[in-house]
Design a binder for this molecule. Sequence first.
Ligand code: MUC
Ligand code: MG
Length: 387
Amino acid sequence: MQDLRQGAAALHPTRDLVIREVAATIIDVPTLREHKLSQTAVRAQSYVLVRVRLENGATGIGEAATLGGPRWSEESVEAIKANIDAYLAPALLGRPASAFVANGAVLDAAAKRNNAAKAAIDTALHDAVGKSLGLPVSALLGGAVRTSMPVLWTLASGDPAQEADEAERKLGERLHRRFKVKLGAKAPADDMRRMRHLAKVLGGRAELIADANQAWDEPTARRCLGELADMGAALVEQPVAAWNVDAMARLRARPGTPPLLADECVFDIHDMLRVGTAGAADAVSLKLVKHASLRGVQDVAAVATAAGVQLYGGCLLESSIGAAAHLHVFSTLREVEWGCEHFGPQILAADLVREPLRFSDFEVHLPQGPGLGVEIDEDAVRRFARD
Ligand code: MUC
Ligand code: MG
């Protein structure tokens, strides 16, 4: 048995798909307003744009998103670029781009975790192979079962009056009718007052969910979850620290707790199995920055589904590049009960692709065409590249 993770020459049907170049560029794009979470606040989104070039001249793009430097997770764009340049890219040169699973194993041998970096490379390889074969990325992942999905907007200025106005605008434009409210940056009493205001203004016309980004200890979460249930919150995301899966299970078992969404506590299939068997969540947020590859999203989704945990299409405020990548893999999942949150292209002052994703009738649409179905805007890259 020849192990396909060794050597490169014997792997590919033709030399056309051999990886000849992997380049990483740091990009900083301003946002239209400040975006505040429990541990960080941003006025710009920083990404690493990954570009690959194959023997046949085909190119592919991928995006590693971060949120507030190494504060949402441990990866920062500086570290992502450094590890791609020094470890991940060299491991792939000369290998066939279409050996996605074997390439993933080679990346795991080259570096532990570094999931956002690996996911960006995996996305770029799928884009380049899709364009070489004239197939959309979704077709390389088993095929799409839908071409659009509901998409929510996140309210995160921290000012309830501004947030109510923003939500009214999004509702009026028929863009979003589910809103995620970022909690945890202020004292719980302030957060509950803010949430109560939004529930009063939007109640009956829009659905509200909340994301505390790990901000509360268990007693505080008990109090807040009860109040959020009274306000009609449809889902509450990561109320306690990622390590405290047992607390999530205890909170979820209490009568009157709203459905809980696992985010920072689920990065890989083992985390998902633990959360599922502990009964710690009703749904899980799927994100490329956590699951390290497009198939990794499918793997975590399969474990979740096996455990009866619903699926939620997560994001880290990606541009249309990263959002398209997520939409391709989400489109191959039979059920994504909670839709997605890929509002990122709309909060950026400018997008990185020629034709940003299409948002209409409260849904976001899967871009058509080979590969990701989006084309890089070189002027935007020049404008926002860090150096
Ligand atoms: C998170 O924790 O969900 C997703 C949307 C948003 O506003 O923040 C991100 C990260
Ligand atoms: Mg979250």
